[in-house]
Design a protein. Structure first.
Length: 92
């Protein structure tokens, strides 16, 4: 049983995970802002100021940040695979 549970905290985060999480948060904020800025069109009220439309641009920014995190994770996995293949190819 002792071999099944780690003794200390395990850090299983990969490179790029933080960027993906930040991107998801930015995307969610932008999506909510987009819904808020479109609502006056359907409700027939006065439109929001330009700042609200600017905040809705965070949706695209969040998508780009998350995509950068995914690409960083892919690059780290490829680097790790190359190192493993190079280590396995060396004769003993």
């Amino acid at each position: 049983m002792r071999s099944e549970t780690p003794a200390g905290p395990v850090d299983d985060s990969a490179p790029g995970d933080g960027l993906v999480k930040a991107g998801v948060i930015l995307f969610a904020i932008g999506a909510v802002a987009t819904l808020v800025t479109v609502a006056p069109l359907f409700l027939g009220t006065d439109p929001f100021p330009t700042l609200a439309y600017t905040v809705s641009m965070l949706m695209g920014v969040g998508f780009l940040v998350a995509a950068a995190g995914v690409l960083r994770s892919i690059a780290a996995q490829r680097r790790q695979a190359r190192q493993g293949a190079a280590g396995a190819a060396q004769p003993r």
